[in-house]
Design a protein around this ligand. Structure first.
Ligand SMILES: Cc1cc2nc3c(=O)[nH]c(=O)nc-3n(C[C@H](O)[C@H](O)[C@H](O)COP(=O)(O)OP(=O)(O)OC[C@H]3O[C@@H](n4cnc5c(N)ncnc54)[C@H](O)[C@@H]3O)c2cc1C
Length: 397
């Protein structure tokens, strides 16, 4: 047994793998075909099965209906679920809901938890997270035009956001808005406020087309506007001016979730690449697998995926034992390192499949379109590399 696989997780993983193979992969084609209505119907059924098997929301503590896993244990579940674009959703541990659950659990009032968190944990509603704005560099989110101004017992929220993932059909958004524009520190000017999306003044302008693909519902990225949205001051999460502190807290474990999901994608793409290499014959009796280029791709991919997994699990162990702040260097390292490996492995798998690789007959092209963003969201590569290098170089000054 490897050092990351506890007895608990050893017992859980086979059941999760079986669910992936028997219940999740067979309905994945509905997403690839853009048949969202049928997909929603099938997802409801699979989610019921996951609940009935006691595997629901594995990231949550047992008292909230989850499995009470450590981050390191959940990371290994995430790898399996990542092997399908609908895996995490079937278990109610998908971004952005998982991050929002963590924020609300840690910092929302009892009233807010009952109203918004309970149905979210049950999977009865969805949520989104609105921080990035189209007119300002998202890499430096302290620059922000969105405001929440007090009026009586309410806030009036005004702002224009985009890449608000899964806004379409979500019940509420956690919105980053400036509440304290005069605060001395630029990190203390903004707060997180819940805005129910049924609030008058909220507008979903469009689901943004990503490389030719306009998703729907959970599988979408919204451009949204908040025009004089009036919400009670009770909807504040944490305290005023604490928005960026909470956002940082959300991002540490969030990067483990993303990286392990990407490793799941890599494993599936790798498996598809190997299967195609041994079955596709270039001439009778001469499969692709005999070509050294393909062999190199297989060997390099195997080594890179193994290295990535060890790095991410090591980071998860550090977060579990010392907290996300202590693991900042490791978190930056895995974010750009694993995103790069994801791109390479997907590209090699597509190339091995030839023309088939760019069709929507396999999941590879879906990932190639939708996961290009991995090098951009949660901090572009360049930001993480620069942060890492600065921390390293400090010791040389
Ligand atoms: C698929 C996807 C989902 C997303 N979901 C959400 C969501 O749910 N909610 C939300 O609020 N936001 C979301 N985002 C937005 C995301 O957080 C931003 O795209 C990201 O922060 C980068 O901001 P930007 O796009 O404005 O790029 P910019 O800030 O304009 O940066 C452009 C480029 O400049 C370079 N660059 C930036 N800073 C530096 C630097 N310091 N040094 C060197 N080069 C640099 C990088 O190459 C970067 O890609 C999502 C994005 C994607 C792609």
């Amino acid at each position: 047994m490897d050092p990351f696989t506890t007895e608990k997780i050893k017992d859980l993983l086979p059941g999760i793998r079986t669910l992936l193979t028997d219940n999740i992969l067979p309905i994945e084609h509905l997403l690839l075909q853009g048949n969202y209505q049928k997909l929603d119907e099938e997802l409801v059924k699979v989610r019921k099965i996951v609940k009935s098997m006691g595997l629901w929301a594995p990231h949550l503590e047992q008292k909230y209906g989850g499995l009470g896993l450590t981050l390191t244990e959940f990371a290994q579940v995430s790898e399996i679920l990542g092997q399908s674009p609908i895996g995490h959703f079937c278990f109610n541990c998908q971004a952005p809901d998982i991050g929002n659950m963590e924020i609300l659990l840690g910092h929302a009032s009892a009233k807010i938890k009952e109203k918004f968190l309970s149905p979210l944990m049950q999977g009865d509603i969805r949520s989104c997270f609105a921080m990035t704005e189209p007119d300002l560099a998202g890499s430096n989110p302290v620059m922000m035009n969105t405001t929440a101004i007090k009026d009586g017992n309410d806030y009036i929220v005004n702002g224009h956001k985009w890449f608000t993932s899964s806004a379409d059909g979500a019940s509420f958004s956690i919105v980053m808005a400036k509440t304290n524009p005069d605060a001395e520190s630029k990190y203390k000017k903004a707060s997180m406020i819940i805005v129910p999306l049924a609030t008058p003044g909220f507008k979903l302008i469009r689901n943004i087309s990503i490389m030719g693909d306009v998703g729907e519902g959970y599988f979408s990225h919204g451009e949204v506007k908040f025009e004089n949205c009036r919400v009670p001051q009770d909807n504040l999460i944490g305290t005023e001016g604490e928005g960026f502190t909470l956002a940082q807290e959300r991002l540490g474990p969030g990067r483990i979730h993303h990286c392990m999901r990407w490793i799941g994608i890599c494993e599936r793409a790798f498996d598809m690449m190997c299967k195609r290499a041994v079955t596709r014959e270039l001439s009778p009796g001469s499969p692709l697998a005999e070509k050294q280029t393909i062999q190199n791709w297989i060997a390099e991919s195997r080594a890179e995926i193994n290295a990535a997994r060890l790095m991410v699990l090591h980071t998860a162990v550090k977060i579990d034992s010392e907290g996300a702040k202590a693991a900042r260097t490791e978190i930056s390292t895995i974010k750009f390192f694993v995103a790069d490996i994801l791109m390479k492995v997907l590209d090699r798998a597509i190339q091995t499949h030839g023309a088939l690789g760019i069709t929507d007959d396999t999941v590879l092209s879906f990932w190639y379109r939708h996961e290009r963003g991995a090098r951009i969201y949660d901090g572009p590569d360049e930001v993480h590399k620069s942060a890492l290098a600065k921390r390293i170089l400090k010791d040389y000054l």
